[in-house]
Write a protein that binds this ligand. Structure first.
Ligand code: ADP
Ligand code: ZN
Length: 645
């Protein structure tokens, strides 16, 4: 591991004016961006955030996944270290990823380290010594570590010597019970503010509904912090939500037709389902791995490492997987079951396409999802006010799924952002047929009412639909339901249509499912308006198959090895050969350093190199992603690989 310190010895903290600080020379953020990370320009609000934090301000940063949050604290940490301010502490819940995060910084020549339970005693002491000496620029630690007396004493010591520079609180939504990754240890992080009031703090999250945001501010005492709210749009992600029929088969068809050979994540609700789906995909020749909390920790780590280090792996997972995964070339995120709320959905789908190249967010959704999610809320031990909030959040997701207009407009609207139809979601690309389901809805509700009146008990969806469609079954005979006045009145509706109507009635609260009593259907307060014909029910016409929207054609040309990297799509044959050789070289280096390949160089960087066909080190300068350290470490090798053509 490289321990080269980047601290500038020439500036001592005593000589620095408190505020405003003139930042120039090698502590200038733009210079660090260029020199350390090899990037030409800040993106979006990055520059403003970095300036604010370098100057000692507190910040709350809300930026979508892939927006570039890491630089928002890494560059201030490096700048402040160069100004003689010492160590920045990064609080992160992701022990399993700290090694790679720190490894990526080492590759860029930044003195970083982590403290967590994977280190032995000797390693721990070594890191602590380097931290206390102030030489480390970024120290990653889990929240439970931050709260130990030992660590706090070490921070005290740093503070006394003016070497405690900054606190960065990553995944800050973990502090909130409204977020989807609540971690009680985050609550104790108020100690940072209380014990070290003068040390600036930057909290970052990609979860940003108002409730969660307000909770983060309150729980972390960030009332004085400046809030930086970025647009949550991820224009390169295409959103598609299809009606669930045979979910696993639909998924297979989707992967085979659009994402052969691509890396992806597929979310399922239960561990059992994760296992089943992974096996089905494997049997179909897809490189799939399961991931859920029930697997042995070592197996989980192994699967995660393989996903990060190998190409084209599909991770089939519960929500236990994914936070902090910064693999840039995940080409699709699938949901076989509906998540709890839009925050969860957006966070999970946001893991696709961090590199900015086209990616898919694809979900199947059906009546059973509505029933399951409602049941989980009803059966949770939480208090009624909490359940009400959760139901509200679920409803927002249901109406997104039922929507026949632009998905992105709705998603962004949920996060308080106005936008216009995007042209890159299923509804924009193929506007769905809408039909008026008001009549069908009234007939269904009155059937449910009459059956209940006549038999004194409630029935499930299948039986109610049979009655309305006039289907004689053992059950209709047994209960004499052929005599119900609505029997056969809805013969013109298909079962798919009626199922859609039921789903929407349940989604909008005009009908309830009694999960205690065999999922039977019950009228609600909300039923009345529909029965009276006061509420309109507009429904999407069922879309037959996910592949049908692209006419069954594949979206990108495939080669025998699978999909070409989008970064390399424009290369000529010689360029493609250089690109392949560079990738092979990168794989070796990554293996040697025990890091994912993208930590060495992104595909886009390799593609630029391949395109330029460099002969000298100067030719490599200015390529995005090649900073000073990487040029030094890998420049000669890259030239050698390219010169072999
Ligand atoms: P987040 O943590 O917000 O999900 P990351 O910090 O992982 O996002 O950044 C996403 C990707 O964008 C990373 O690959 C990162 O290297 C790249 N990136 C971030 N900022 C810039 C920039 N200013 N110029 C070029 N690439 C950037
Ligand atoms: Zn759209």
């Amino acid at each position: 591991m490289d321990n080269r310190s980047l601290s500038s010895q020439s500036v001592s903290s005593a000589t620095l004016p408190r505020s405003p600080i003139a930042i120039d020379g090698d502590a200038a953020p733009a210079a660090i961006l260029h020199e350390v990370f090899g990037y030409a320009q800040f993106r979006g609000a990055q520059a403003e955030i970095v300036d604010h934090v370098v100057a000692g301000g507190d910040a709350l940063v809300l930026m979508p996944t892939g927006g570039g949050k890491s630089l928002c604290y890494q560059i201030p940490a490096i700048a402040r270290q160069r100004m003689g301010r010492g160590v920045s502490i990064v609080v992160s819940p992701l022990i399993a990823l700290m090694h790679d995060q720190v490894g990526a910084l080492h590759e860029a020549g930044v003195n970083a380290a982590f403290l967590n339970s994977t280190l032995d005693w000797e390693q721990t002491q070594d890191v602590e010594r380097r931290m206390l000496s102030g030489e480390i620029t970024l120290l990653y630690a889990a929240p439970e570590r931050v709260n130990t007396p030992r660590f706090l004493q070490q921070l005290d010591s740093l503070k006394q010597r003016g070497k405690l520079s900054l606190f960065a609180i990553d995944e800050a939504h973990c502090v909130s019970q409204w977020g989807h990754d609540f971690r009680p240890e985050y609550r104790a992080l108020t100690v940072l503010h209380e014990r070290y009031p003068g040390v600036p703090r930057i909290a970052l999250t990609a979860t940003a509904d108002d409730l969660t945001r307000a909770d983060i501010v309150e729980r972390l005492q960030l009332e004085e912090a400046r809030q930086f709210v970025s647009s949550f749009d991820r224009p390169n992600i295409r959103y598609t939500i299809v009606e669930k029929k045979e979910a696993t088969t639909q998924l297979l068809r989707f992967i085979e037709s659009e994402h052969e050979g691509d890396a992806g994540v597929v979310y399922c609700q239960s561990r059992k389902r994760v296992e089943d789906v992974a096996i089905t995909l494997q049997n179909a020749g897809i490189n799939a791995l399961p991931y859920h909390a029930g697997l042995d920790a070592a197996v989980r780590q192994k699967h995660q490492d393989r996903f990060l280090r190998e190409e084209g792996i599909v991770m089939v997972a519960t929500i236990a997987f994914g936070m902090g995964i910064d693999k840039p070339d995940v080409r699709f995120v699938g949901h076989l079951d509906m998540p709890k709320n839009i925050e969860g959905y957006y966070q999970e789908t946001g893991r696709a396409g961090r590199d900015g190249a086209p990616a898919d967010a694809w979900m199947t959704y059906g009546l059973q999802d509505v029933v399951n999610q409602r049941r989980m809320i009803d059966e949770s031990p939480a208090g009624e006010p909490f359940k009400e909030v959760m139901r509200g959040k679920l409803d927002a997701l249901l109406s997104l799924a039922e929507a026949s207009d632009c998905r992105r407009v709705r998603l962004l609207g949920y996060f308080g952002e106005a936008s216009t139809p995007c042209g890159n979601c299923d509804n924009c690309i193929t506007p769905p047929q809408v039909w008026d389901g008001t009549d069908a809805a009234r007939k269904l509700l009155s059937t449910i009412y009459r059956v209940q009146q006549q038999s004194g008990i409630s029935f499930g969806a299948g039986h109610v639909m049979d009655i309305l469609r006039g289907k004689v079954t053992d059950k209709t005979k047994q209960f004499g339901h052929e005599r119900i006045s609505t029997f056969g009145l809805g013969a013109e509706f298909s079962e798919v249509q009626l199922r859609g109507v039921l789903r929407q009635l349940i989604a909008t609260g005009a009908l309830a499912v009694d999960t205690e009593a065999f999922n039977t259907l019950k009228l609600t307060e909300g039923s009345r308006a529909v029965l009276k014909g006061e509420a309109n029910v507009a429904l999407r016409e069922s879309v037959s198959s996910p592949a049908s929207r692209s006419g069954g054609k594949t979206r990108r040309d495939k080669t025998a090895r699978g999909a070409p990297s989008p970064a390399a799509a424009t290369l000529d044959a010689a360029g493609q050969a250089r690109f392949d050789a560079l990738k092979a070289w990168r794989a070796e280096v990554a293996k040697e350093h025990n890091l994912p390949a993208y930590v060495i160089f992104h595909d886009a960087t390799l593609a630029s190199i391949a395109e330029r066909s460099p002969a000298t080190l100067e030719d490599l300068q200015g390529i995005s992603g090649i900073g000073t350290k990487k040029l030094e470490a890998y420049g000669a090798d890259v030239l050698r690989v390219c010169s072999s053509f």
